[in-house]
Design a protein. Structure first.
Length: 109
């Protein structure tokens, strides 16, 4: 048995959880915040038998898409009275980061 931990963009969460449910997989979602953009992410946990692992990863791949977004960079440390007008920077967001962990024991009570 495996535990799939996937960190996905908040915009992709609904499509992914619906696709997992439709395919017969139960999941748990945890609201998280990314460290770089401080944007809303969702961490989705799925316990799955080894032979169904590729199906779950395919569902994640099909439902989590990369996109570009413009963000304002953090201003540098400045002296009082100085003016800093940041230019937006284009960054790539979305997609998914997937971790697959071995599970020694799982129980449903």
């Amino acid at each position: 048995m495996k535990l799939v931990v996937s960190i996905v963009n908040g915009d992709d969460e609904r499509d992914l959880t619906e696709a997992l449910k439709k395919a017969g997989f139960q999941s748990t979602k945890i609201s998280t915040t990314g460290g770089f953009l401080r944007a809303g992410n969702v961490t989705i946990l799925v316990g799955v038998d080894d032979d169904k692992l590729n199906k779950v990863i395919k569902l994640i791949s099909d439902n989590c898409h990369r996109r570009t977004q413009y963000v304002n960079p953090l201003p540098p440390v400045m002296e009082p009275g100085e003016l800093y007008m940041p230019n937006p920077v284009e960054v790539e967001v979305g997609g998914a980061t997937i971790f697959v962990l071995n599970v020694e024991r799982a129980e449903r009570i």
